[in-house]
Ligand binder design. Structure first.
Ligand code: ATP
Ligand code: MG
Length: 194
């Protein structure tokens, strides 16, 4: 499951847990992006902060791990590189790429997506405020998951406005955000959301 994870929240974790159960996955690898190309014009927290928050959020689940492939690769993050790297590290694994409805719609709109299908099976999950549509592709599975109306954009805006993010993100992530003073001047406008 790739993401900016700025910060990771319970919407990500529920989606991952549901897909893992439905598809009987041995492991869910969370892959925080390096510099995400779709968001390069926006302020994104340092990869190391996003990586560490993801580690904190997933530490208690024996099936959840975090990969540094995108954080350590120089330049903007492209999903094709993520999948190639994970494939190289796990040559015998069946890879499933987990996305929310919004991210799936973006991926399906890319021009050169054919190699993606050869690398992984895509799973799109429901997300409040977005229509889940696999465009009829048989290499995309769709799964309804418990609705979590949480976004990282909203979490950042809450911190900036001194509103609580308790119970939206794991406790350790609340504490990490406070410890490093993340998001205290984050933009709060809805158009920042992707
Ligand atoms: P931002 O608001 O900064 O874009 P985000 O909440 O969308 O953050 P991302 O890191 O962009 O989080 O998302 C990573 C992946 O998790 C994407 O595939 C996204 O669709 C999915 N996702 C995020 N939030 C939810 C949610 N509440 N329910 C289901 N899927 C989600
Ligand atoms: Mg997003």
């Amino acid at each position: 499951m790739g993401g900016t994870f700025d910060p990771i929240h319970h919407g990500h974790l529920v989606a991952a847990s549901e897909v893992a159960a439905e598809f009987d996955l041995d492991e869910v690898v969370f892959v925080p992006t390096g510099q995400p190309w779709q968001k390069s014009h926006k302020q994104v927290s340092e990869p190391e902060h996003r990586y560490l928050m993801t580690v904190i959020a997933t530490a208690s689940n024996p099936r959840f791990t975090v990969s540094r492939v995108d954080v350590d690769r120089p330049g903007p993050t492209y999903t094709i590189d993520t999948l190639r790297d994970l494939r190289a590290q796990r040559p015998d694994a069946d890879l499933f790429f987990i996305t929310g409805a919004d991210a799936l719609a973006q991926i399906l709109s890319w021009k050169d997506i054919d190699e993606l299908w050869s690398l992984a099976h895509f799973v799109g999950v429901t997300r409040p405020g977005h229509v889940l549509d696999g465009m009829g592709r048989e290499d995309v599975s769709l799964l309804e998951v418990p609705a979590m109306a949480i976004s990282s954009t909203d979490c950042r805006a809450r911190v900036a406005a001194n509103n609580p993010v308790w119970y939206l993100v794991p406790d350790g992530v609340v504490q990490y955000i406070a410890k490093y003073g993340l998001y205290s001047d984050a933009p709060s406008s809805a158009e920042e959301q992707t």
